[in-house]
Design a protein around this ligand. Structure first.
Ligand code: UDP
Length: 241
């Protein structure tokens, strides 16, 4: 019989890290939120809809979504060089694509909705934490949405499928090594809006990965909804000193 796989932090195979979801953290933004999976912490701020510059990028039949993802220098142990990179540009685009199926900007022609995503601390899964934060921040900004977007990374250490990989698990070297899948989906139907994979996986295991994603996204959705409800009930938030 194959040896049972033990995760370094003792989680069950399908267990998410401890999540923190908060809405309304940046007073000057039209909408804002933070989302953490364990030591991965993302914040998102939404500005708009506002007039789009440069003018040639305007679309007279709809507003556009513009996301900017930034992994801050101090978010990782080996200080990251500040500023844009190919990686941050790619993640900014896939974040836009992941969020677009949930939002409707047709009432706001010629405008842009800017979503700024900052990773304050990174321990893998930053694009997925950023998408979760951005989805809540868009809802907080009152952008018309048909659903929330939930996002999570799943993967494989050797032959074992696991949910919400840490950096240590992404770097796993034994047996078949590590594979990671970043996934985003609409919370209330089976439409996936992001699927990116690093590594290798047997095609027959993909269905199982998607089932694990569905299960994890249900838990994430509950955390997002709870945070949005809290800000509706207590718009000022926090505790006054
Ligand atoms: N990372 C890093 N320096 C970088 C980029 C990434 O240390 O310049 C780490 C960070 O912990 C990140 C992880 O590598 O979360 C995995 O990065 P990846 O590009 O796979 O995206 P993510 O899993 O964060 O969405």
């Amino acid at each position: 019989m194959a040896k049972e796989h033990k995760r370094p932090d003792g989680r069950k195979l399908n267990e998410l890290r401890k999540m923190i979801a908060k809405v309304g953290i940046i007073p000057n933004a039209d909408g804002s939120a933070m989302f953490a999976f364990g030591d991965t912490v993302a914040i998102a701020a939404v500005y708009g809809p506002r007039q789009l510059h440069p003018q040639h990028m305007r679309n007279s039949s709809t507003g556009i979504l513009r996301c900017n993802y930034d992994l801050l220098s101090f978010s990782v142990y080996d200080r990251k060089r500040p500023g844009p990179s190919r990686r941050s540009q790619e993640i900014s685009r896939v974040t836009e694509w992941a969020l677009l199926p949930a939002i409707d900007l047709s009432q706001f022609p010629n405008t842009v909705v800017d979503v700024q995503i900052y990773i304050l601390q990174a321990d893998a899964g930053t694009r997925t934490a950023g998408i979760n934060a951005a989805s809540m921040a868009l809802a907080h900004a009152g952008i018309p949405m048909k659903d929330l977007i939930c996002s999570v990374a799943l993967g494989k250490n050797d032959q074992t499928l696991i949910t919400d990989l840490t950096k240590e698990e992404e770097d796993y070297k034994e047996g078949e090594g590590a594979t990671d899948f970043a996934i985003a989906k609409l919370a209330n139907n089976d439409e996936f809006s992001l699927m990116q994979m690093d590594g290798k996986i047997q095609p027959e295991k993909v269905k199982e990965v998607l089932e694990m994603a569905n299960e994890a996204c249900k838990t994430i959705y509950e955390a997002q909804k709870k945070a949005l409800k809290e800000v509706v009930e207590n718009p000022q938030g926090g505790t006054e000193a």
